[in-house]
Design a protein around this ligand. Structure first.
Ligand code: CTP
Ligand SMILES: C[C@](O)(CO)[C@H](O)COP(=O)(O)O
Length: 227
């Protein structure tokens, strides 16, 4: 079974509020993107990685990959306006047609080989699988500053990446979404929208997305603890 990964790292990182672009920011001595690529490479199942970065950052990304000896990045693609566009560009850049494709955020450096294996196995069984964790907070729907309702959380999950799919299924979902103007914040939502079931694989609260400055503090604390 051939498995390829698409790592999307072409976002603006606006919520991080720094001059340096988020994937190239240093976290405890190493760029965020390098940490994420190493985490993906720790899975023996992933044979090649397509790295999606901002067009203007292609040279910087290639330099990092060389400098840090990341071996499985075989192709690059330029990012799009939204995450969904970046994934689509990554899909188009895939070398051949792998059996499965795993999409992962460049901003999630704490994914483990074990999580990758479980999500890949689940996708091999049923076509589409994603990592998620049960919601810990109480969730309320709010409108105009007023709580409208409290949503029972016993069946709510916070969804992460990696998300793994049969390649053809993900390609068709992206193509259909593009034709119909459907937008989603993750790849699974496109597949769900086509009517195909998506399996949830229980993940870890450590697999955070580095989004705001507080996340850097948490990330450094995790790394400190692991030393
Ligand atoms: N047009 C985009 C938007 C997002 N991403 C990637 O998708 C992942 C999740 O995005 P997130 O970090 O939430 O968003 P950013 O766009 O990077 O940040 P912000 O929303 O704060 O601008 C990140 O690895 C980001 O680089 C991407 O490749 N292309
Ligand atoms: C795909 C994702 O990581 C799932 O949590 C997330 O939706 C991407 O983040 P964004 O803020 O929607 O770009």
């Amino acid at each position: 079974m051939k498995v390829s990964a698409i790592v999307v790292a072409a976002g603006n990182g606006t919520r991080m509020r720094t001059d340096k672009k988020k994937p190239y920011m240093d976290i405890a001595g190493e760029p965020l993107l390098v940490r994420t690529l190493r985490a993906i490479e720790s899975s023996p199942l992933v044979r090649e990685i397509v790295l999606v970065v901002g067009e203007e950052d292609l040279n910087e990304a290639k330099l990092l990959v060389d400098q840090y000896g990341i071996r499985r990045v075989t192709r690059y693609a330029a990012g799009g306006i939204e995450r969904q566009d970046s994934v689509r560009n990554g899909l188009e850049a895939l070398d051949s047609a792998p059996d499965l494709v795993v999409v992962h955020d460049g901003a999630r450096p704490f994914v483990t080989a074990e999580e990758m294996e479980r999500v890949i196995q689940a996708a091999a069984d049923c076509g589409a699988a994603i990592i998620g964790t049960p919601v810990k907070d109480t969730i309320k729907r709010v409108s105009n500053g007023l709580v409208q309702e409290t949503i029972p959380r016993n069946d709510l999950y916070s969804v992460q990446t990696p998300q793994a799919f049969r390649t053809q299924l993900l390609r068709e979902a992206h193509e259909k979404a593009a034709r119909n103007g459907f937008r989603g914040t993750d790849d699974a939502s496109l597949v769900e929208w086509t009517g195909h079931p998506v399996k949830i694989v229980e993940g870890s609260y450590r697999n955070i997305k580095i989004t705001t400055p507080e996340d850097l503090v948490v990330a450094e604390a995790f790394l400190q603890k692991d030393r």
